[in-house]
Design a protein around this ligand. Structure first.
Ligand code: ADP
Ligand code: MG
Length: 415
């Protein structure tokens, strides 16, 4: 494998102005209180954590800070309590899981600001971890209120952001607070996310091939526009493909088409030609009469979908076509499942392509998007990717080239 195909570390310098963001080794944490903004927004069911990936993703930073003698305040949001204290969105189960994962006692406080918390923080010992209650129990968090940010700033000496998944939001804990803090840094997860995605956008090994799927064209217009400028080819699958096929006057049967976006799809196809990027659509499909029809699915003869059928996955010829295109890529970006992957057998196309990508050599392979990442986990091929982003919306905004408030606020001299 080429030296740069699977780099073990990623640099903030790939991000515009990233040299103004400090990394953890540049800071002395000994005996200091650190406000660590993490993304502990885990899926919960009846108070049980269904997937603790996000907690695990913060462990390298937490362990590093402990090793360096810091006192660590972990702060996060969870769900959408909309500025009110709602027990079902409490971070208490997360604090408990963090204790199990670190093998340490983890303290929990039932609020994230106030004199009692400040006192608790002051009395912490080196290496201790305190999880603060859900930031979004306060309206000031999502309003990015100065007053709330100021109250948070009083708790700690140093600010560290390791919550990539929320960096595209200008909230108090991601934007207002770091601007107020003198000493601030990116955590290891954030450093990796920024570095890996920036390299893909600003300095990709070519040719770059992108694969887009998922449910809607409307969700992904800006990403398509951004990627067509960089990519030699964009392979499109998922429900999104049918709106494009419709724009090319291909019969789409009962497949999910956004009728009000057909014109937009036509424009995107035109723009891609000007950008010298080839958009490649499925040439066959796996179909059923409805979402609920049991059985294996019917394979279409060609790109046309009969009137009584809906396409729920890319067909075998499309898979081979996509694999051939991916075989020449030196870097690739994937967002969006290529079929209804939650419902076997319509996961087969997505799984097949995920496995093919995992085996590619000398290729810089990045995936972003909640459902696409779930599909990669389901296929068990995580280790075949250079980088799998933990931020769904955030990774797409990064690809679009949007300035992210949470990253901007970490730059030295920003206040
Ligand atoms: P991501 O979270 O990776 O960005 P999206 O949220 O855009 O992906 O899309 C994922 C959804 O797209 C899944 O729920 C999947 O069932 C749906 N989808 C994919 N292909 C089809 C299809 N052919 N018909 C209907 N829905 C589809
Ligand atoms: Mg999704």
């Amino acid at each position: 494998m080429a030296a740069d195909a699977n780099p073990s570390s990623f640099s903030l310098k790939e991000y515009p102005g990233g040299d103004r963001i400090r990394t953890l080794p540049e800071i002395d944490f000994n005996d200091k209180t650190v406000f660590l903004r993490v993304d502990f927004n885990v899926p919960l069911k009846n108070g049980e954590i269904r997937d603790d990936t996000r907690i695990r993703a913060a462990l390298p930073t937490i362990k590093y800070l402990q090793d360096k003698g810091a006192k660590i305040l972990c702060a996060s949001h969870l769900g959408r309590p909309e500025g009110e204290r709602k027990p079902e969105f409490s971070l208490e189960p997360v604090a408990q899981r963090l204790g199990e994962l670190t093998g340490n006692e983890v303290l929990f406080s039932d609020d994230c600001v106030g004199s009692a918390i400040a006192k608790q923080a002051r009395h912490m010992k080196k290496q201790q971890i305190l999880v603060l209650e859900n930031l979004r129990f306060h309206k000031g968090e999502e309003d990015n209120s100065d007053d709330f940010a100021h109250r948070l700033s009083e708790l700690a000496d140093i600010y560290v952001n390791d919550a990539f998944g929320t960096c595209h939001r200008a909230h108090a804990s991601t934007s207002g607070l770091p601007k107020m803090m003198k000493i601030k840094a990116a955590g290891f997860l954030l450093e990796r996310e920024i570095g890996a995605l920036s390299k893909l956008i600003h300095n990709p090994a070519r040719p770059l091939v992108s694969i887009l799927g998922g449910s809607k064209v409307s969700d992904k217009v800006k990403v398509i526009d951004a990627l067509m400028v960089k990519s030699a080819k964009i392979l499109i699958g998922g429900a999104m493909a049918y709106t494009f096929l419709k724009a090319l006057q291909v019969q789409t049967g009962k497949s999910r088409v956004e009728l009000d976006k057909v014109q937009l799809a036509r424009k995107l196809l035109e723009r891609s030609k000007e950008a010298n990027c080839k958009i490649i659509l499925p040439v066959d499909h796996v179909m059923a009469e409805s979402f609920d029809t049991p059985g294996q699915g019917i394979i279409s003869e060609n790109a046309h979908i009969p009137e009584n059928m809906m396409a729920l996955d890319i067909g075998p010829k499309s898979r081979e076509l996509f694999k051939r295109e991916l075989g020449v890529a030196k870097s690739l970006f994937w967002n969006g499942p290529l079929g209804v992957f939650e419902k076997p057998p319509f996961d087969a196309g997505t799984t097949d392509i995920a496995k093919c990508i995992a085996l590619l050599e000398n290729c810089y392979k990045v995936c972003g998007g909640g459902d696409s990442v779930a599909a990669i986990h389901a296929a068990g091929v995580e280790s075949g990717f250079t980088h799998i982003s933990t931020g769904g919306g955030a990774s797409l905004e990064m690809i679009e080239g949007v300035q992210m408030p949470g990253i901007e606020a970490l730059k030295e001299g920003i206040s």
